[in-house]
Design a protein around this ligand. Structure first.
Ligand SMILES: NC(=O)C1=CN([C@@H]2O[C@H](COP(=O)(O)OP(=O)(O)OC[C@H]3O[C@@H](n4cnc5c(N)ncnc54)[C@H](OP(=O)(O)O)[C@@H]3O)[C@@H](O)[C@H]2O)C=CC1
Ligand SMILES: C[C@H]1O[C@H](OP(=O)(O)OP(=O)(O)OC[C@H]2O[C@@H](n3cnc4c(=O)[nH]c(N)nc43)[C@H](O)[C@@H]2O)[C@@H](O)[C@@H](O)C1=O
Length: 313
């Protein structure tokens, strides 16, 4: 596996999706790197608009690109807004990756997701398991769009020699998360639901599904640190999983969140809501071989995430 030092110092670094949870964590993390961070608001450039993206790239010519922009959501959003998830995410990936190539970007990192792996693949999930089996139905459109982005990065490396890499993050949480009652991921959803139940003195709180699926959670500032680290040290066609290396059942996780929020009521499960894939623990062997490990424990991360929720603007 190639480990080629890439010096970020003094470079013009474009963070696509800079207002999002990962994008804002990347901006925080890159502030320590002596780079010129370049961003553009969605109201100015909709990354689904190819002409606008090509014009902007030709003017700004970012040297490095973190492609964190995407249509993102939890299991219910993915399962209901299926056309939006595939259209937006294929459009964003194709426009930004091609624009980076056309304008000579020295390096680009595409952010995929752990949902690209087959629904029932052996665990933990290794990077070579992509496309070895059927995908999880609830987020298949999103996963197909992410796989397209991965394949584009590989194809541009093969045909044009572009140094475009792809990383596969596990479930992420932390400051700047999306707290939408239906469309959020489980961490933000339960922080908000338990907090509101505590404030209202509600006797019980419902958690979707059976509580039996297992999930791995990585604090978003660890994710940003891993991305900057890999941008500096990794250059290759293969994917790199970014994870915490351990998982937990949703039932145990809900208990953890209730404890952090100090909610004392009952937790009841709603089996009519989708469980999604039973497990998606990432194999982080490649990441550790490259010298990076997650530092924030789930207990500490949840405390910080709850504080961020309480102080969010
Ligand atoms: N959250 C998670 O658990 C995981 C996330 N990922 C990946 O990490 C990346 C970031 O995710 P996350 O930070 O959670 O997502 P967010 O939804 O928090 O951020 C996504 C960002 O993309 C921007 N964006 C979306 N559509 C467009 C568009 N058409 N034009 C311009 N900008 C757009 C949004 O802008 P605006 O805010 O203005 O709408 C937002 O800033 C994504 O690629 C996602 O697939 C991977 C695995 C897990
Ligand atoms: C990152 C990943 O995120 C998505 O996949 P997911 O991991 O299934 O995402 P999730 O966080 O929404 O659910 C995790 C588990 O949690 C349970 N669960 C309980 N109660 C709530 C709840 O209130 N909200 C949500 N969302 N889930 C709940 C839920 O039933 C499921 O078993 C992909 O669409 C895709 O976007 C992707 O790549």
């Amino acid at each position: 596996m190639n480990s080629v030092p890439f010096d970020l110092t003094g470079k013009r670094v474009y963070v696509a999706g800079h207002r999002g949870m990962v994008g804002s964590a990347l901006v925080r993390r890159l502030a320590r790197e002596g780079v010129t961070i370049v961003t553009v608001d969605r109201n100015d450039i909709d990354l689904r608009n190819q002409a606008a993206v090509f014009d902007w790239f030709a003017k700004v010519k970012p040297q490095v690109v973190f492609l964190a922009a995407a249509k993102v959501g939890g299991i219910l959003a993915n399962d209901t807004l299926r056309a939006d998830f595939i259209y937006d995410n294929i459009a964003i990936a194709t426009n930004v990756i091609h624009a980076a190539h056309r304008n000579g970007a020295e390096k680009l990192m595409f952010l995929g997701s752990s949902c690209i792996y087959p629904q029932l693949a052996p665990q933990p999930l290794r990077e070579d398991m992509v496309l070895t089996g059927p995908l999880e139905p609830t987020n298949e459109p999103y996963a197909v769009a992410k796989i397209a982005g991965i394949k584009m990065a590989e194809a541009y490396r093969s045909q044009y020699g572009n140094d475009f890499i792809s990383v596969m993050p596990t479930n992420l949480y932390g400051p700047g998360d999306n707290y939408h009652p239906e469309h959020s991921h489980v961490v933000a959803a339960l922080i908000r639901r338990f907090h509101e139940a505590k404030a209202a003195g509600v006797k019980s709180v419902s958690v979707w599904g059976t509580g039996t699926p297992r999930r791995e959670f990585l604090y978003v500032d660890d994710m940003a640190d891993a991305c900057v680290y890999l941008m500096r040290v990794y250059s290759g066609a293969g994917l790199i999983n970014i994870g915490a290396g351990k998982d937990i059942t949703i039932a145990e996780f809900a208990r953890l969140v209730a404890d952090v929020v100090h909610y004392r009521g009952e937790i009841i499960f709603e089996p009519s809501k989708p469980d999604g894939t039973p497990r998606k623990l990432l194999d982080v062997g490649r990441l550790e071989e490259l010298g990076w490990r997650a530092r924030t424990s789930l207990a500490d991360g949840l405390k910080q995430a709850y504080q961020a929720y309480l102080t969010r603007r």
